[in-house]
Ligand binder design. Structure first.
Ligand SMILES: Cc1cc2nc3c(=O)[nH]c(=O)nc-3n(C[C@H](O)[C@H](O)[C@H](O)COP(=O)(O)OP(=O)(O)OC[C@H]3O[C@@H](n4cnc5c(N)ncnc54)[C@H](O)[C@@H]3O)c2cc1C
Length: 455
């Protein structure tokens, strides 16, 4: 095995794979080190009993030009799919019923989700003055600009769906930078959204949208193509005890592979792993820097995939349903992957992906499979109206599912910046910065790859 490399990437999730893909495409010498036995990180697709289902992310949003470009670059090899228009609606649970989240002016006027007072109040949103506290949390911002019912029945469930988070802890400029910038740059969300729509866009920017994507056969196919393109010989799986140390030029990387010690050297090291594992692979950084990097809370998420060969509950003609915390139920929401994409379930069958836990219910991950199954089935029976026993149920736990961009984020970003300057060739990437969704991951990855290619 070759021990000297130009670039070593730690972590073979979507970020690490996308960086490696573009670097390899440009002819760079890359080695990807991964602790698990396969690539993909939290992304995986399973096939069982005629059902195809995702563990981890079920879908993404075509939310960055880099994601559009990645699909263009791989267009001969994968078939991206966008969600069935039948799944355009998003449901919100309120007072024992699902209600569609308004998608237009008329539905916004008549929806029972928001109070009459807030519906009138929103008309004045363009005239309210922008906030001056840069560390304002999401709930504070929404209360100030939109009102309590919007916080409870739009933003809180939206934050559960994306961050499994708590709007009173997420700082808007870090967690929802686009929303923060709308207010800061245009004075209002409504004015900003209208003005942004009119701004000239490049051809690629025009293809960026809120549309939901997956890949034919499941997201694992995207991972597999990236692995094939990078080349199996450029990976080392089942690595443990990775330790990176700076040398006079470049870095030395020690690790154990199947209990054998190995030492690599590289001009550049890019990490794409979570903040807790990160501080343990960088033994040379100070305790203060270590604390600043690892002071990052992760939502603990439990996902139950529940499949029915013959569905007899309510018609699943939506993307899924989100449950506001105010409704005090035991789940964050339920997605309907069988409605979203063709070929995931047999005719008349249903796949439900139900998410539990998050920042507000960290206790759920500690429960036994039996208890989690009971919660999932009771959520399904009460909200989707079936008493049937499922034909298949699978439970997945994610102890570090989604990083929460809270107040400590500023210090973390500064520390990352300062370490990258101190140790030339060290790049600390991944979802510890620059966003948590798949579109953000691809954006960051491509930008890093291009920076190295153009150096
Ligand atoms: C339950 C869940 C639901 C989600 N839903 C959505 C969604 O609907 N839409 C969306 O856009 N995004 C969603 N996401 C987020 C999205 O999946 C992630 O942003 C993305 O997949 C993260 O990719 P990554 O490569 O940055 O990190 P990861 O996938 O975490 O990859 C990091 C890799 O590093 C490896 N690693 C860790 N420590 C070490 C070490 N010490 N040595 C070597 N290797 C190491 C890990 O094994 C892993 O393979 C979801 C995430 C989860 C967990």
């Amino acid at each position: 095995m070759k021990l000297d490399h130009d670039i070593i990437i730690v972590g073979a999730g979507l970020t690490g794979l996308t960086i490696a893909y573009y670097l390899r495409k440009a002819g760079k010498d890359v080695l990807v080190l991964e602790k698990d036995e396969q690539a993909g990180g939290v992304i995986n697709t399973l096939h069982e009993d005629g059902f195809t289902f995702e563990t981890g992310p079920n879908t993404g949003i075509i939310g960055s030009p880099e994601l559009v470009e990645l699909f263009d670059d791989l267009k001969e090899k994968i078939q991206p799919e966008t969600a069935n228009p039948k799944a355009n609606k998003r449901w919100i649970w309120k007072n024992g019923k699902w209600h569609a989240l308004p998608s237009g002016l008329l539905s916004a006027v008549f929806t029972p989700l928001f109070s009459l007072k807030d519906k009138f109040r929103i008309l004045a949103e363009p005239f309210r003055k922008p906030g001056s506290n840069p560390d304002e949390t999401v709930d504070q911002l929404v209360l100030r600009r939109m009102g309590k019912s919007y916080l409870n029945y739009a933003v809180d469930p939206f934050i559960s769906g994306i961050y499994a988070g708590d709007p009173s802890r997420l700082v808007t400029r870090y967690a929802l930078p686009k929303l923060y910038n709308l207010e800061q740059n245009y004075g209002s969300f409504i004015k900003g959204a209208i003005k942004k729509k009119k701004e000239p866009k490049s051809d690629i920017e025009k293809r960026v949208s809120r549309e939901v994507f997956s890949v034919k056969g499941g997201l694992k196919n995207l991972i597999q193509i990236l692995v094939d393109e990078i080349g199996a010989e450029n990976f080392l799986f089942n690595c443990s005890d990775i330790q990176v140390s700076p040398k006079s030029e470049g870095f030395k990387v020690n690790l154990s592979s199947k209990n054998d010690p190995l030492e690599f050297s590289a001009n550049k090291v890019i990490t794409t792993i979570d903040s807790h594992n990160l501080s343990s692979i960088l033994p040379f950084i100070s305790e203060e820097e270590r604390n600043k990097i690892s002071e990052l809370n992760y939502a603990k998420v439990v996902q139950a995939v529940v499949c029915y060969k013959k569905w007899n509950g309510i018609e699943l003609n939506a993307f899924g349903g989100l449950i506001p915390s105010k409704e005090k139920r035991n789940s964050l929401g339920i997605l309907f992957p069988g409605t979203l994409f063709e070929g995931r379930a047999p005719l008349d069958a249903a796949i439900l992906s139900i998410f539990m836990g998050g920042m507000k219910r960290p206790d759920i991950i500690e429960k036994s499979d039996q208890e989690i199954k009971k919660i999932a089935l009771s959520e399904i029976s009460e909200t989707l109206k079936t008493e049937k026993e499922p034909d298949l149920i699978k439970i997945f736990r994610y102890h570090s599912a989604i990083p929460q961009y809270e107040l400590s984020s500023g210090e973390r970003f500064n520390t990352i910046e300062s370490l990258q300057q101190q140790y030339e060739g060290l790049i600390l990437a991944g979802n510890i910065r620059d966003g948590i969704g798949m579109a953000d991951r691809v954006k960051q990855a491509k930008q890093i790859a291009l920076q190295l290619i153009n150096e």
